[in-house]
Design a protein around this ligand. Structure first.
Ligand code: NAD
Length: 292
């Protein structure tokens, strides 16, 4: 059996077109244009690429983008002052501080300075806590994108055995919370997990967010399982996921490629979150199909 490809690129393009339509309607009906502020500290080349593509994506759906670039040596207080200004700025509905931050900064303190209603990355403790307790939250973009792909493929994940490999605050933990909220039976594996191949062989859904090229082997996959590969690893052969794609594809029912799977969903979900944040701050109902 050869698995179906889950085309995240095509799904994300459809999602962005839908968001562009919703943004246009928001402008026409209420005179509101969503605005996203992206803050980059330092000159990390990968981060610069992400920030540029976020700016471009914002413009493409008709939102306003505000880019703030600060030198690597910026004192933390200056960044906090900028965040305070963005929190107070009515033209700004979403604030994203590109991670990682330079070492002299306290990442948690910076992230938690973002007003929760503008926290389009969903990384503040308040939004993480809301997600964990089943309250309306801003949900981290990458796991939200994975959930959308899973629902599209499976209809419902209810009752399914889901294995999330990785426990980061950015991907693994919120992914597990989203699957749990959708009534999957969730296992979270991490660097100290024993017997990972056998855990994986039981899973109807595998979400790999490890950061190690081709880490998940083809013979760990349950026949027919749905495999979501979050990993982005730069290798001599180019970009590679956390799953041995060629081998897993022979066993799985459906699998995301890298590139072209989860990656494009992340930016689309950032736009989705910005639109959701805009609607909420104006007391409007959540836009259709963009929240978990
Ligand atoms: P991270 O380094 O913060 O977390 C990696 C996790 O993998 C940790 O929780 C660790 O416990 C676990 N792990 C490490 N070794 C393991 C092992 N041997 N067995 C089981 N688990 C192990 O990384 P992250 O930020 O969660 O990102 C994970 C991957 O996803 C990276 O490749 C990153 O580039 C990618 N990523 C992609 C997107 C996207 O948009 N597609 C977004 C975010 C992250």
């Amino acid at each position: 059996m050869t698995a179906d490809l889950i085309d995240g690129k095509a799904f994300a393009a459809t999602l962005r077109a839908r968001i562009a339509g919703q943004v246009a309607a928001l402008k026409a009906d209420h005179g509101i244009t969503p605005g996203l502020a992206v803050v980059l500290v330092g000159e990390d080349p990968a981060s610069s690429v992400y920030v540029r593509s976020k700016g471009k994506a914002t413009a493409e759906v008709g939102m306003r983008g505000f880019a703030h670039r600060l030198p690597a040596g910026t004192p933390q207080q200056e960044l906090l002052d900028l965040i305070a200004r963005l929190n107070a700025d009515e033209a700004v509905n979403g604030i994203l501080v590109q991670l990682p931050l330079p070492r002299h900064m306290d990442e948690a303190a910076v992230i938690n300075a973002i007003a929760p209603e503008k926290d389009v990355d969903g990384f503040t403790v308040l939004n993480a806590g809301r997600l964990a307790t089943g309250q309306k939250a801003m949900v981290p973009c990458t796991p939200l994108g994975c959930l959308m792909l899973l629902r599209d493929r499976l209809g419902s994940v209810s009752g399914k055995d889901a294995l999330v490999i990785g426990r980061s605050n950015i991907v693994g933990k919120p992914m597990a919370q989203l699957l749990l909220a959708d009534s999957a039976t969730v296992t979270v594996a991490h660097s100290r997990t024993r017997g990972l191949p056998d855990l994986c062989r039981r899973a109807d859904i595998v979400v790999a967010a490890v950061g190690r090229a081709r880490f998940v082997q083809g013979d760990w996959i349950k026949p027919g399982a749905t495999v979501i590969d979050v990993g982005i690893n730069r290798t001599d052969d180019g970009l590679t996921g956390d799953v041995d794609f060629a081998a897993a594809r022979e066993v799985a029912g459906a699998i995301t490629p890298v590139p072209g799977g989860v990656g494009p969903m992340t930016i689309a979900c950032l736009l989705a979150n910005t639109l959701t944040a805009t609607a909420r701050v104006h007391g409007l109902s959540d836009p259709e199909g963009l929240t978990p």
